[in-house]
Write a protein that binds this ligand. Structure first.
Ligand code: UN1
Length: 519
């Protein structure tokens, strides 16, 4: 017990040092438009460390008037920011990337303290921000439009892309900073300003990132380009969704939350970019390499304690390999070291909070009621006040109703199948459509999975798991995942408005479609 208490005390003083270096300790305001709002009036919350339940810090929340102040700054700054040449905006993205490189260890540690994900993943999340910053720098010189051949003589036709306005970014606890960067850094080079509403479970990482933004933008005399409002959903969230000054809301979260966001924003004919729940499946055919499968599944299903939207939830095993892979997985799951996410030996940290644990336990009860058999795991772990659970394998029947739900926890269903067509049918028979994968050494099976009658997801992989996507691709999914695409490829187009331009440089006025309209 004494050892445990002194461990906790040590951890807490280490946490305080990291937060002091990141400037989190010196600010208890949760609203900033370059300058921090000194006494926001929306009440106060605490941020907790899910590993031991201890309080990491307290944050003052934005009230409606604080939100309005930030929005005013964001919309007014937009009027000037949109006129700065995109490559100059890119220079700011590069400096943000440089600062993030310097802050990687501290910010990664803070991500771990606040989310409970292991340190390698906490730092990986910051690396993802750095990668996006680099991508955004290049993109700032590549916001290309097309040119078309006009059907009229002496006419030139092309399209150009203009900044959109003040963009709202709503982020989730599980990727508290990387997903913000996918949106914010792309929006920034596109010439938008950003208003960020982070999860109330991870306010400190948001404040730390905002400090970095303020420092970099402040050096260049900019205030109000990247903004933060930490507040309650029914105060700040609602206002943001209904605010006609905000042309685009990019939101990450559950499908339930996505329905609320989509309907509110559609009600004012605003745009949404939604990245919602996943229910990601992996198909393993008889010819797959079993060791590759086990390694990939372990990271994809138990990694981040199953709290990625891309986590593997359903594993379809062809009957010839099902037995062997199940055995290997059970053995591997029993060796997963669950515990302090700051300890380099740990593979799986805690769930985010007590509700998440309850939710997992409720899910397991339903699984058992529906005929699922827990092969290993299934329990809470008694590690003090932390929210630790066991990584869990479930033998499932393909038609269990619960298979259609996303349980945000390390539960993996194992389902046996005969033919690839049958597996693809079951795989696609869920409301969500984010990420998917097949493990096979057979070209025909791989290409079938990637074909129009294969996976119906936004992401489809061969011989790698469903999570851990690189930033260079467009990230997002179909069906109830919301249809949005963020980060790489041409996702930037969501943050700009397209303008089709026709210039008549002749001295005549020919009409399109050959129409004659003369006096
Ligand atoms: C999420 O869980 O919301 O592909 C994002 C991945 C990460 C991002 C996950 N790059 O798993």
């Amino acid at each position: 017990m004494t050892q445990l208490l002194s461990d906790i005390a040590n951890r807490q003083s280490a946490a305080r040092e990291v937060m002091a270096r990141l400037g989190v300790a010196s600010v208890n305001s949760g609203a900033s438009a370059g300058d921090w709002i000194e006494q926001p009036a929306g009440g106060e919350i605490a941020s907790y460390n899910p590993s031991d339940g201890s309080e990491l810090g307290r944050v003052l929340l934005a009230a409606e008037e604080d939100y309005d102040e930030v929005l005013w700054r964001a919309t007014h700054t937009f009027e000037r920011w949109r006129l700065l040449p995109a490559p100059k905006r890119g220079e700011i993205a590069r400096e943000l990337g440089d600062e993030l490189r310097r802050a990687k260890d501290d910010l990664g540690t803070l991500v771990t303290l606040e989310t409970g994900k292991i340190l390698a993943e906490g730092k990986g999340e910051v690396q993802e921000m750095i990668d996006v910053a680099d991508f955004a720098v290049g993109l700032s010189r590549q916001l290309y439009g097309l040119t078309m051949h006009s059907e009229r003589p002496g006419h030139r036709m092309y399209e150009q892309w203009h900044p959109l306005g003040a963009v709202g970014v709503i982020s989730a606890f599980n990727f508290p900073v990387a997903v913000w960067s996918w949106n914010a850094l792309i929006a920034l080079v596109c010439g938008d300003t950003v208003v960020w509403k982070p999860s109330l479970k991870t306010p400190l990482t948001a404040i730390a990132v905002q400090h970095i933004c303020n420092r970099v933008l402040g050096r260049h005399g900019w205030n109000g380009v990247l903004n933060l409002v930490i507040g309650q959903d029914d105060v700040v969230g609602d206002r943001l969704l209904h605010d006609r000054r905000v042309p685009l809301i990019s939101a990450t979260g559950s499908c339930r939350m996505g329905h609320i966001v989509a309907q509110a924003v559609a009600g004012r004919l605003g745009r949404t970019l939604l990245e919602l729940g996943g229910n990601n499946g992996v198909i393993v055919t008889d010819d797959a390499d079993p060791d590759l499968v086990v390694r990939a599944v372990l990271f994809g299903a138990a990694g981040t304690a199953g709290q990625r939207c891309t986590s593997i939830r359903r594993l379809f095993l062809q009957k010839g390999v099902a037995g062997a892979i199940t055995e290997k997985l059970i053995a591997a799951y029993k060796q997963v070291r669950v515990g302090d996410p700051l300890d380099p030996a740990t593979l799986m940290g805690p769930l985010i909070d007590g509700n998440a644990v309850e939710n997992m336990m409720r899910g397991l009860r339903a699984i058992r009621e529906q005929g699922g058999e827990v092969l290993t795991g299934g329990g809470r772990l008694n590690t003090g006040a932390g929210y630790f659970v066991e990584p869990t394998l479930v033998k499932a029947h393909p038609h269990m109703a619960i298979l259609k739900e996303e349980i945000f926890a390390p539960i993996l269903y194992l389902i046996e199948f005969d033919s690839l067509d049958e597996a693809i049918g079951w795989h696609n028979d869920v409301p969500q459509g984010l990420s998917s994968a097949i493990f096979t050494t057979n070209l025909i099976s791989a290409e079938t999975f990637l074909s129009a009658r294969g996976s119906d997801c936004g992401i489809a992989n061969v011989n790698i798991g469903t999570s851990g996507a690189e930033i260079g691709g467009a990230f997002g999914g179909e069906k109830e995942t919301g249809g949005g695409r963020e980060s790489g490829s041409d996702s930037w187009k969501a943050y700009m408005r397209r303008q089709t331009v026709t210039v008549n440089w002749s001295r005549d006025l020919p009409l399109a479609q050959g129409i004659k309209f003369e006096l």
